[in-house]
Design a protein around this ligand. Sequence first.
Ligand code: PHE
Length: 491
Amino acid sequence: MTTAQLTRSEARHPDGLATLFMVELWERFSYYGMRALLVLFMVAPVASGGLGFGTAEAALLYGNYTMAVYLLSIPGGYTADHLLGARRSVMMGGLVIACGHFAMAVPNDASFYVGLVLIALGTGLFKPNISAMVGGLYPPGDARRDAGFSIFYMGINIGGLAAPFVTGFLAQSAIFKSWLVAWGFDPVHSWHWGFAAAGVGMTLSIGLFYLRLAQFGSVGGPPSQPSLSVRSAITVVGGSGGLLAALLASDQPGLEWLRYVVVAIPVIAIALFARREDLEQRRMAAVFVFFIAAMIFWAAFEQAGLSIALFADQLTNNHVLGFHVPSAWYQSLNPMFVILLAPLFAVVWSRLGQRQPSTPVKFVLGLFFLSLSFLLMVPAAQATLSGRVSPLWLVGLFLLQTIGELFLSPVGLSAMTKLAPARMVGIILGIWFLAAAFGNKLAGLLGAGFASGDAGTLSSFFLSLFGLTAATALGLVALTPWLKRLMGDVR
Ligand code: PHE
C-alpha cells in the first residue's frame, strides 16, 4: 500500500461515527435548547407565563437539575455495562428524555418538574453510553480514535449552536408571539413551544438511531453474560443516589454542611492515594487533583446558563440594527467559538508534538482564561450603571471562556483515560462526570448571588468568580511539580 492510500484509509472513519454524530447532535440540541430557556422561564413573572421565581430560588434549581443530569451518568454507565448494553441504554435514555421535553411543553407546574426529572434520568442513561459507543467503534490502539472524538465533539457543538436560535425564537421573539395570537393561541405560553421544539430534536435523534441500529454490529451490544451482582449494584445505585439526595438536602436550613462532601470526597481520595507506593494508585491521587480543578472550572463556566443568561436578558442591549435579539441567542456563542477554535487547537497540539505543555499546565491555562472572562465582566457590571450595555461584553466573555474550555475539557478527558488502569476506564470517566456534576451544583450556589439591580453587588459577584478561578489556577501551579511526580510517565 502506498503512503497516500494508507493515509486515506486511516482517515476514513467507521460508518457508525456519522450516525452517532447526528444522534448526539440532536440530543444536545434538545439539552441546550431547553437549558437556554430554563432560568429565564423560572424567573419570568407568572403574568408572562413564567414561574415567578426569585433569582436565588431559580439558581438552586438550575444547579440541582444540571448536577443530577451528570451525576446520573454513573448509574447510567453502570447499567449499560452490566445489564442493558450501551445501544439499548441510548435508545431507552433517548425515549425518556423526549418524554421529559414533551412534559415541559405542557404549561403546568407539575409537568415542569416531571419533565426535569425525566430529562435528568434519561440523560444519565444516554450521554455516557453514546460516548462509550464512539470509543467502541475503534479497536484498541487505533490511531483514529482521538480524531473520532474530536469529530463527535463537533456534533455536540453544532447541536448547541443551532438550538438556542430555534428555542429562543419560539419562546422570546415578538414575531412568533404575534403568530401565536393569529393562530388563536395564548402568546404567554410561548416558552412551552420552545420546550416542545427541544422534544422534537430529541425525537429526531432517537428516530435516526433506530433506523441505523444495524450499522453497529456488536458495538454497544448487551453484555455477553449479564454480570449484575446485587452487591455492586447496591453500591453504585445506592452510592450515587445517596450522594444526590445529600446534595439536594443540603439546600435545607441546618443541613448546609452536607455541601462540603463535594470537597471532602476528592481531598480524602488524594490523601489516601498519594501515600501509596504503587504507581497506579498514586496516579489516582492525580486524577482527584484534576477533579478539584475541573469542578471549580465547571462551577464558574456553567454560569453561562444562569447568571450570564440573566445578564444577557436583563442588562444587555439586545436591540441590534432595529431588530430585537432574543437573549437566549447568546447561548450560541460558546458552541460557535468551539467550532471555530477547536480545529486550531488540534493543529497546534499536533505541530508541537512532544513539545506541547503538560496536562497540569493546560489545566492552569484553562482556569486562567476562564478567570479573565470574569475579570472582563467587572467593568461591564460598572457600565450597567448607565443602562443596558453592549453585547460585545458577552462576546468577549464567551471567547475567553471557550479558549479556557478547549485547554481543559478535551485535555482532561484524555488525561483521565491515560491515568486510569485499563480495567477502570469506565469508572474513571464516571469520576470525570462527577466533577462536572459537583461543579454544576456549585454553579447554582454561586449563581444565587447574582443581583441585576445593583452595579456594586454585581461587580463583586464577577470579581469573586475571578478570584475563585484565579486562585485555583495558582494553587495548581504550586502543585504542578508534585502532580507530575504522581503522574509518572503520563504527561
Ligand atoms: N459541551 C459539553 C457537552 O455538552 C460540556 C460537558 C463537558 C459536559 C464535560 C459534561 C462533561 O458535552
